[in-house]
Ligand binder design. Structure first.
Ligand code: AMP
Length: 221
């Protein structure tokens, strides 16, 4: 049985950081739709061009573009045993499309990282991303050894355009309006586990790992 683990939560909740670690731990491919769009942007594809204005202004890219890209990606061999989704689904139509596509062929577990708005704003405002390898630092919580340079590859650290203060507020609004209803969607199906995402990353990871060993994922291992 394939397992599809979904990391839900607002921007800045730590989905990317936790997904990278949890994916390794569970031997599941880590699929971030945000990273897929950024990759398309940097390669100058038509999809990247179409997504850019939505991303830069903190809005969601239209479902039809997201769904084609996502289903193409998860059809690849590294997803045959399952995968870990980071930043998808973000709307009810996306969640319904995923449910339809998987049918009874996979188990779904939605891990929901809960973090208060003030903490999110502080995390996103100080976030700096390596433009070469995508590694994430934070000016206060995980500053680089050399200012402006990635600890992993020495690449240049930059602020994502959508991490600016104004766009962060917009992304939080969009999250509340369009993504928050997914909590009820997965809770009704008894597939939701809530995790306090405001704690230290190692503690959060421990709780996510325990949730993945729970009854919903039986038969996946
Ligand atoms: P992220 O890196 O997950 O914060 O995504 C960055 C931006 O990419 C979002 O603010 C959206 O504009 C776009 N995006 C990523 N995933 C999705 C999705 N599932 N649905 C719509 N837009 C998305």
């Amino acid at each position: 049985m394939r397992c599809v683990v979904i990391l839900l939560g607002p921007p800045g909740a730590g989905k990317g950081t936790q997904a990278a670690r949890l994916g390794k731990d569970l031997s599941l491919a880590h699929i971030s739709t945000g990273d897929l769009f950024r990759d398309n942007l940097s390669r100058g594809t038509e999809l990247g061009r179409q997504a850019k204005s939505y991303m830069d202004s903190g809005r969601l890219v239209p479902d039809v573009l997201v769904l084609d890209m996502l289903f193409d990606r998860v059809a690849r061999a590294d997803c045959s045993k399952g995968y870990l989704l980071d930043g998808f689904p973000r709307t009810l139509p996306q969640a319904e499309a995923l449910e339809r596509a998987l049918g009874k062929s996979a188990r779904i577990l939605a891990l929901n990282l809960k973090v208060a708005d003030e903490v999110l704003v502080e995390r996103l405002g100080g976030r700096r991303t390596c433009e070469t390898c995508g590694n994430i630092h934070h000016l206060r919580f995980s500053p680089p050894k050399v200012a402006g340079a990635c600890d992993k590859c020495s690449g240049r650290l930059v602020q994502r355009p959508d991490d600016s203060a104004e766009v962060v507020q917009k992304r939080l609004r969009v999250y509340r309006e369009q993504t928050l209803p997914l909590e009820a969607f997965y809770a009704e199906r008894k597939l939701l586990v809530n995790v306090d995402g405001a704690r230290a990353p190692e503690e959060v990871l421990g709780e996510l790992q325990r949730a993945c060993r729970g009854p919903v994922m039986e038969g996946c291992r």
